[in-house]
Design a binder for this molecule. Structure first.
Ligand SMILES: Cc1ncc(COP(=O)(O)O)c(C=O)c1O
Length: 352
């Protein structure tokens, strides 16, 4: 691999003089802040919310850096990891010219973000057991391929990709390999963050929306070389993560034990749901999951989905997604919610 970051970056981004906010220009201690046109009298929301938040989320990054054993300069914090996906397109892909590779069935936002940014998408389907088709991915690379998205554990199939497959692609590709680990906290294997020192072209996405239970706050992360992170920071909106969100995530680090307990409860419930679902005749296959959901192939996804909605239970109908005919994706809920699901499915059978 001959990786040259500079030559991958869009010309206009290389030339960009990023917006310099009041809060990023001043470093030091002051008592009177008349630099950012804020309302100095207070805030109806309380707690200093009349002031702009830290644009570079320094305190938050310090805690994340400790948790993930990386340097703070290797962390981007965004408005959900969806923001990081969009930024990667904007930093590296020239609209109307460049391409990315995705491996369906996979998370839908890669395609949507590519479409918004006018970037062509080459699809290299996963194999029949939902693993990466490494040689097909490598053969699909062209001179204008800038990004390859790998989702692990993959949404909607639930399984981890093999580390050796990810590493092989990162080794052979001169562009950016994005490994989306939104569900990694539910998996038994470790994150590929540990591979960052070996692969200057690797970007790992994680989020506080899943195991960390803060989807409503919108906080996601990207981990990469400090050079890649600095490019993302140049392009992001100055105050992309609110003060409330930064503060709440920092507070949540104190409750890591709760998070660990929920993860272990989720995994127990996942085994229970899988065992219960396996008894139903309409279930044709339950795919192995390393995440907090299971993909289930059924005889009639639409009928089951509609029946569950009448029972006030919503699952995700994935039957229109490539290679997922008949499939429902079911998130693991609380024991009570899962009991409700199983009883509703028993009623579905009785009415069938
Ligand atoms: C694989 C994957 N990546 C990223 C996201 C988005 O996460 P966030 O809430 O951090 O934007 C999701 C959300 O469902 C997801 O499934």
């Amino acid at each position: 691999m001959s990786f040259d970051l500079n030559s991958l970056v869009r010309e206009n981004i290389r030339r960009l003089r990023p917006y310099s906010s009041a809060r990023s220009e001043f470093a030091g201690s002051a008592e009177v802040f008349l630099d950012a046109n804020e309302n100095a009298f207070g805030s109806p929301a309380g707690n200093g919310y009349n002031r702009y938040p830290d644009p570079m989320q320094k305190k938050l990054k310090k805690s994340v850096a400790e948790l993930k054993s990386v340097d703070p300069s290797q962390i981007f914090v965004g408005n959900g990891s969806d923001e990081a996906i969009d930024l990667l397109f904007r930093v590296f892909c020239e609209p109307g010219r460049d391409e990315c590779i995705i491996c369906p069935p996979t998370y839908g936002m890669y395609q949507v973000s590519a479409d918004i940014n006018d970037i062509a998408v080459t699809e290299v389907p996963l194999t029949s057991d939902f693993h990466l088709d490494v040689s097909a991915v490598l053969s699909a690379i062209t001179e204008t391929t800038k990004l390859i998205f790998i989702c692990s554990p993959n949404n909607p199939t639930g399984n981890l990709m093999r580390h050796e497959d990810v590493k092989r692609i990162a080794e052979e590709f001169n562009g950016i390999v994005v490994v989306d680990e939104a569900y990694i906290d539910f998996a038994a294997e470790e994150s590929v963050i540990t591979e960052l020192p070996n692969f200057p072209n690797l970007v790992v996405l994680q989020t506080f929306s899943k195991a960390w239970a803060m989807a409503g706050l919108r906080v996601g992360m990207a981990f990469a070389s400090s050079e890649i992170i600095s490019l993302m920071n140049r392009v992001k909106p100055p105050y992309n993560v609110s003060g409330i969100a930064q503060g709440a995530v920092l507070d949540a680090f104190e409750k890591q034990r709760d998070v660990e307990a929920w993860i272990s409860k989720t995994l127990d419930e996942r085994s229970r749901i899988v065992a219960s679902l396996a008894r139903f005749e309409f279930v044709l296959e339950i795919y192995p999951s390393d995440a907090n959901f299971v993909l289930v192939r059924t005889t009639d996804a639409k009928a089951i989905y509609t029946f569950l909605v009448e029972e006030k239970i919503v699952v995700r109908d994935r039957s229109n997604v490539q290679f997922c005919a008949g499939c429902l994706r079911i998130t693991i809920g609380t024991s009570e919610e899962n009991d409700r699901l199983i009883s509703a499915l028993e009623r579905f059978i009785e009415g069938a």
